[in-house]
Design a protein around this ligand. Structure first.
Ligand code: NDP
Ligand SMILES: O=C(O)C1=N[C@H](C(=O)O)C[C@H](O)C1
Length: 272
């Protein structure tokens, strides 16, 4: 059994992660962490998440949970995740990171920890999206330089703070890479006013925010006369939670390195 600690346990994903661990047969809850000033500290994590009593009290710091877990699952914010990476590296823990919205320098900092601890980092923990990545690579190779314009469209709930979504960027990178394109030069993240005709090598991004949309991503390949749309729709956050718990079990005991859900799910082409 892998003992898991959940960061940001009172958040949208934090509560879902509590549920996913509760249902898991390979992992158990070791600790659940909330803000140090939270009025929830001391209450039962399961009761807070509507799961009934689980016998693990919410705490306000990783230090208080030091001997209670092997793998931290962190779906919080970029700044907090970087602090937690440092703590995990110093304390011999593994980490599963679902947080999105890192800027370039934060990503450099994150990558710097790969030599010090095992981490699984993925903007989307669902099996479906990670399979979609492979479908997109195949489609991009066949279509991207053959007159098909590529656009990535994503939709999320009204509370989401980063845009475009981490998944949209991951899908954009999946189509850019086989075409020798780079999102830094070919990504178009905004179109307003007299923007002129589309550059054939552009990879455009469009963002929708509203209501309770869990997460929807479409990659559009549009040519003259036809278009292909590859879409993934998440209808429950448990798909992310279950993926994260699977990743935590997988990464427990692994050598230091930065891994992703393709590694966890065995979807890397070299693995067959
Ligand atoms: N990889 C994947 O599959 C998925 C990734 N995500 C990503 O996970 C992240 C969290 O999403 P979501 O659960 O919806 O967001 P929430 O805001 O609901 O949850 C984030 C939690 O982290 C806590 N937190 C954030 N920053 C700090 C800080 N500096 N100090 C202490 N606590 C902090 C929040 O506390 P408080 O509420 O008090 O601010 C909250 O409990 C986002 O980056 C999102 O994009 C989401 C779904 C799937
Ligand atoms: O914030 C969310 O909710 C989600 N965030 C992730 C992202 O930014 O891609 C994954 C998922 O789509 C839900």
């Amino acid at each position: 059994m892998t003992r898991i600690a959940i960061m940001g346990a009172a958040g949208r994903m934090g509560r879902i992660l509590l549920e996913a661990v509760h249902k898991s047969e390979t992992a158990e809850l070791g600790a659940a962490i909330v803000r140090p000033e939270s009025s929830l500290i001391g209450s039962d994590a399961g009761e807070m998440a509507g799961l009934g009593r689980v016998g693990v009290a919410l705490v306000g710091s990783l230090d208080e949970a030091k001997s209670d877990f092997e793998v931290l699952i962190d779906f919080s914010s970029p700044a907090l995740t970087l602090d937690n990476l440092a703590w995990c590296a110093d304390n011999g823990k593994a980490i599963v990171i679902g947080t999105t919205g890192f800027d370039e320098s934060q990503l450099d900092a994150l990558n710097g920890y790969a030599a010090r601890l095992p981490m699984v980092f993925s903007a989307n923990m669902s099996t479906g999206i990670n399979l979609t990545v492979n479908l997109l690579k195949t489609a991009a190779k066949a279509l991207g330089d053959a007159g098909y314009d590529i656009e990535v469209i994503e939709a999320h709930h009204r509370h989401k703070v980063d845009a475009p979504s981490g998944t949209a960027l991951m899908l954009g990178e999946a189509v850019a890479e086989p075409l020798g394109r780079d999102l830094k030069t070919h990504g178009v993240f905004e179109r307003v006013g007299q923007v002129g005709p589309r550059d054939p090598k552009e990879i455009g991004f469009a963002t929708i925010r509203g209501g309770d949309i869990v997460g929807e991503h479409t990659v559009l390949f549009a040519a003259e006369g036809e278009r292909i749309e590859i879409t993934h729709k998440a209808s429950s956050r448990l798909t992310f939670g279950n993926g994260a718990v699977r990743a935590a079990t997988w990464v427990d005991g692994k050598a230091p390195g930065r891994y992703d859900m393709q590694d966890v799910l065995g979807l890397k082409p070299s693995e067959g």
